[in-house]
Design a protein around this ligand. Sequence first.
Ligand SMILES: [Zn+2]
Length: 244
Amino acid sequence: MSLYRDEGVVLRTQKLGEADRIVTILAKRTGKIRAVAKGVRRTTSRFGARLEPFTHVDLQLHTGRTLDVVTQAETLRPYGEALAADYPRYTAGSAMLETADRLTHGEKEPALRQFLLLVGGLRTLADREHEARLVLDAYFLRSLAVAGYAPALDACAKCQAPAIRAFAIVAGGVVCGACRPAGSAVPAGETIGLMTALLRGDWATADASESRHRSECSGLVAAYLQWHLEHGIRSLRHVEREPV
Ligand SMILES: [Zn+2]
């Protein structure tokens, strides 16, 4: 039996048998872990609520043949408590957990930057420093950038021309008038400025933005994320089917 320690954020849980759960954790050093928490659904469980989604935990696990087993769990910060009382923050946090899960494909592939972004995003949400929608959009843009999908925001994604006309998801960001695909969105310049500020972590600019630009930004970022998640999953399937 081989023991190891790590800290991580619980992304989701699923029932296993009568009293156990499979817990999916994004861990700092190990990457994504799926592990069994035995007896966790009993009221007398020694784990209590420590293995619920949103909780940042310090863990000890032992390596199993198929799934590892959680042997100790200590709460570092229970973000779920801070978020549960505020519906917009709770839904934003849930979207972060799901995105972190989907942007980290393999189990036990280290994903330190995704882990740090997730912890930073949950902390910012829980601390109520900024509007939940802005925190979520900043998290989406930065986690996509870490995954290699940063949108072009300074110059045309296709020809690098500095004169920006529209935002085209399939092209990978802003595009000029000549490269603009039919039907692409034409957002306000302030909306592209807000996306740039969120991607860079420029909160002074983001907090000063107007509501209509925040709404437009959220719509574009959500569509951009959705496209890349579907595209990412498609390319993963393609890789798996390729002959070795
Ligand atoms: Zn162009």
